[in-house]
Design a protein around this ligand. Structure first.
Ligand code: G3P
Length: 333
């Protein structure tokens, strides 16, 4: 069972913040308000699952970027949504698990161009002449970690274990590769979950249950909304949250999941601000959006940011708050 640490932590930090009256500006941890997850990057503006789409999402203020993961034939975790590469690369109709990482690196990534996704010329961010590549998961982690090292900004990663039907060993190998990458000592614990900057997800219940035996990182099961309290409790026994389609995210669904202790993240919105208003208004904990600027704009308007100190500052901050309280007691005496 995982602990939903960010809620009580957020409450405690907010209480201290109120007591102190002012806080040092710091990289905002992803725990104090509902999140905006850039769905496949800023996929409404640039080809999905490219470094350019992730970078654009970050520049637009997204809290998390979301790489979907498959393994190449030689076991490299790469960011693709579809097993077949036809819709989003120049490879033609070929499965990604049949190619080596070297072969994947030579591909050109493209937008699928369907409704809600980028089209060259239909996006202000590219015209179709640019060359995009397929990134590995490690490239994504290196980028996020480097961003933190260079600027102090914490951007979360929300990888999804994709699956091949009937090939459990392959599916679990993706999960293993994902965890190995997150645990790489090069990152010095940056992805250990203590910053609230990692969620792991899958549509496959057996994968989520497997992850539950392998990691304490928060897990999100992509599923239809549990129809009863008992069903929600069952999900809560192996996951921390549910990812549900917006069409199924009724107020009753959200409330039932919350009552069971589950986070609720909704997918997938595009560029319609009123849709973000609707679901944030229903109390969801996060929204996957293809147009992060629209989602972040709504989220920020509804839930203004509260500067929160970095973990290393908490002890100093608590000491300051304690001193302030003692000073007030002395004045009142
Ligand atoms: O992961 C949440 C949402 O992205 C699920 O949809 O099809 O993009 O993986 P899909």
């Amino acid at each position: 069972m995982h602990r939903l640490f960010w809620r009580p932590l957020s409450t405690a930090v907010a209480a201290l913040a109120a007591l102190a009256g002012a806080l040092p500006a710091a990289a905002a941890p992803l725990v104090d308000r509902p999140i905006l997850i850039a769905h496949r990057g800023a996929s409404g503006y640039l080809p999905e699952h490219t470094m350019e789409a992730y970078r654009l999402a970050v520049s637009m203020g997204a809290d998390f970027i979301e790489p979907d993961l498959f393994l190449t034939a030689d076991g490299v975790a790469v960011a693709r949504h579809d097993r077949n590469l036809n819709a989003t690369t120049n490879a033609g109709s070929v499965n990604i698990d049949s190619l080596s990482w070297a072969q994947v690196q030579a591909l050109e990534a493209r937008s699928r161009g369907t409704t809600g996704y980028a089209t060259p010329g239909g996006s202000p961010y590219y015209d179709g002449s640019e060359l995009f590549r397929v990134p590995s998961f490690v490239e994504v982690l290196d980028y996020v970690h480097g961003l933190y090292q260079d600027s102090g900004r914490i951007v979360g990663v929300y990888p999804e274990v994709k699956t091949i039907s009937g090939n459990a060993s392959y599916n679990l190998a993706i999960a293993d590769a994902m965890l190995a990458a997150l645990n790489d000592p090069r990152y010095d614990g940056f992805f250990d979950g203590s910053r609230g900057n990692v969620f792991l997800q899958s549509f496959d219940q057996s994968v989520v249950q497997y992850l539950n035996t392998r990691t304490e990182l928060p897990l999100v099961f992509l599923t239809s909304c549990p129809g009863t309290a008992a069903a929600a409790a069952t999900v809560r026994s192996f996951a921390d949250g549910i990812g549900v389609s917006s069409a199924g995210a009724s107020q009753a669904c959200i409330d039932r999941a919350h009552d069971a202790g589950l986070l609720v993240h909704v997918y997938t919105l595009t560029d319609v601000a009123s849709q973000y208003e609707l679901y944030y208004g229903r109390g969801v904990d996060g929204i996957f959006g293809n147009h992060p600027d629209v989602g972040v704009g709504v989220r920020d308007a509804l839930f203004p940011s509260t500067p929160v100190p970095e973990p290393a500052s908490w002890a100093l901050f608590a000491a300051g708050a304690t001193g302030l309280a003692a000073w007030r007691r002395r004045r009142a005496a």
